[in-house]
Ligand binder design. Structure first.
Ligand SMILES: NC(=O)C1=CN([C@@H]2O[C@H](COP(=O)(O)OP(=O)(O)OC[C@H]3O[C@@H](n4cnc5c(N)ncnc54)[C@H](OP(=O)(O)O)[C@@H]3O)[C@@H](O)[C@H]2O)C=CC1
Ligand SMILES: O=C(O)C1=N[C@H](C(=O)O)C[C@H](O)C1
Length: 238
C-alpha cells in the first residue's frame, strides 16, 4: 500500500515505522515546511493518506484530501466543531474516511468498558463521575479528543450529567474533565465514579505511541478500497 503522511511530527514518524514494518511504502511526507507539495497530483500517487497534524490545520487538510478523492485516515484532534460538514461532504460525494480520537486497540476496548460502566451507573445517582486526562506538554488541544469521546459516551447514558466542562465545577449536572500536562506522558485517561461509600475508577495508560500508530495503519489498510465514514469500532470489529 502506498501511503501519504500528512503531518510528519511525533505521530507521522511513529506511523512511518509501523507502516514500513508491515510492508507498506511511504510515497509522500508532508509537514509544515513543504506544504507546497500538498497537491492533487502528489496525492494521486498514494492509495491512502494518514493525517496527524494539529487542531488548526486538520479541517483544511481533510477537506482537500476528500475533494481529491483520497481515502483518508485522520487522527488530529480538537477540530470536531467542523465534523458535520466533513461527514455531509463524505456521504454526499461517496468518499472514504476513518476518524478516531484514539487509534489504539486498548482505548477502543476502554471505550466499550466506559459505555457499559455508564449504563450500570445511570440509575445510581449517589455516584458522581468525572474524567481526567494526562498528556505531554506539547499537546495543543485540551481536553484531549479521547476525553471528549469518553465524555460523550457518558452524557449519552447518564441523564444527570448534561454537558462536559474542562474545569472544576460546583454544578452537579456538569461532567468535569480535568486536564494535566506533564512530560513524558503519551496519554492517560481516567473515568472516576465516587460516592460516600466507595469509588470505582477505570484507567487506560499508553506507555508509548506504538498503539496509536499501529491502529492508524490498520485503519489505512481497512479503508483503502472502501467508501463511507468509519470509526475504529468498525476497523477492529468491536
Ligand atoms: N487519534 C489518535 O490516536 C492520536 C491523535 N493525536 C493527535 O494527532 C495530532 C498530531 O499529534 P503529534 O504527531 O503528536 O503532533 P506533532 O506536533 O508532533 O506533529 C504534527 C506535525 O504536523 C505539522 N503540521 C502542522 N500543520 C501542518 C499542515 N498544515 N500540513 C502539514 N503538516 C503540518 C507540525 O508542524 P509544526 O510543529 O511546525 O507546526 C508537526 O510537525 C494532534 O492533534 C494529536 O492530538 C496524537 C496521537 C494519537
Ligand atoms: O496529542 C496526543 O499526544 C494524543 N492525542 C489524542 C487525544 O487527544 O486524545 C490521543 C492520545 O491520547 C494522544
Amino acid at each position: 500500500m502506498k501511503i501519504a503522511l500528512v503531518g510528519y511530527g511525533k505521530m507521522g514518524k511513529a506511523i512511518e515505522e509501523i507502516a514500513l514494518k508491515r510492508g507498506h511504502e511511504i510515497v509522500l511526507k508532508l509537514d509544515i515546511d513543504n506544504q507546497h507539495e500538498f497537491t492533487k497530483e502528489n496525492l494521486a500517487k498514494a492509495d491512502v493518506a494518514i493525517e496527524f497534524t494539529s487542531p488548526h490545520s486538520a479541517y483544511n487538510n481533510v477537506s482537500k484530501l476528500l475533494e481529491w478523492n483520497v481515502p483518508t485516515v485522520c487522527g488530529s484532534t480538537g477540530w470536531l466543531d467542523k465534523w458535520d460538514t466533513v461527514r455531509k461532504y463524505t456521504d454526499e460525494n461517496n468518499r472514504a474516511l476513518v476518524y478516531a480520537s484514539n487509534y489504539s486497540v486498548g482505548v477502543n476496548i476502554f471505550f466499550e468498558i466506559n459505555k457499559r460502566l455508564a449504563e450500570l451507573m445511570a440509575p445510581h445517582a449517589e455516584y458522581d463521575v468525572r474524567l481526567e486526562e494526562i498528556h505531554h506538554t506539547e499537546k495543543k488541544d485540551s481536553p484531549s479528543g479521547t476525553a471528549v469521546s469518553l465524555a460523550e459516551q457518558i452524557l449519552e447514558r447518564i441523564a444527570r450529567k448534561t454537558k462536559w466542562i474542562n474545569e472544576e465545577s460546583d454544578n452537579a449536572s456538569d461532567l468535569v474533565i480535568l486536564s494535566e500536562r506533564v512530560d513524558p506522558a503519551p496519554g492517560t485517561h481516567i473515568a472516576l465514579y465516587t460516592s460516600a461509600i466507595d469509588d470505582i475508577e477505570i484507567i487506560h495508560t499508553a506507555h508509548n505511541r506504538t498503539g496509536f500508530a499501529t491502529g492508524a495503519v490498520l485503519a489505512a489498510e481497512f479503508v483503502k478500497d472502501k467508501k463511507g465514514i468509519f470509526s475504529m469500532k468498525e476497523v477492529l470489529g468491536l
